[in-house]
Ligand binder design. Structure first.
Ligand SMILES: [Zn+2]
Length: 105
């Protein structure tokens, strides 16, 4: 149970940081690390809870896919520093910043 609370708090602090920080270059470097840490520790928790067999075999590829999509679709605006695409649906990265409309491609 403690691991789940820790994971939840860490994931939320991570999310919060990416909305507060305005340094796009730093966020771009940290983003894949945070995604891998959060999703990797989630797999650890699921293993710790005793999930095995088919459930685990389905969950690991799903988490890897979600991680790849999160790393691929989230963009950081060089103009205003906004994190774009984190809370949007779909897997395509946004074409422009939703705060200042700068082209992100
Ligand atoms: Zn922007």
């Amino acid at each position: 149970m403690g691991a789940i609370i820790f994971w939840f708090v860490f994931a939320n602090i991570g999310m919060w940081y990416f909305f507060i920080d305005r340094n796009a270059a730093r966020k771009r470097r940290l983003w894949p690390i945070v995604v891998i840490l959060v999703n990797g520790s989630f797999i650890g928790i699921v293993l710790g809870l005793g999930l095995r067999g088919t459930g685990l075999a389905l969950m690991i590829p799903a988490i890897l896919l979600i991680s790849a999509a999160q790393i691929y679709k989230v963009r950081f605006c060089d103009n205003c520093g906004a994190t774009v695409g984190l809370l949007t649906r779909g897997i395509l990265p946004p074409a422009s910043c939703n705060k200042c409309a700068t082209d992100l491609n």
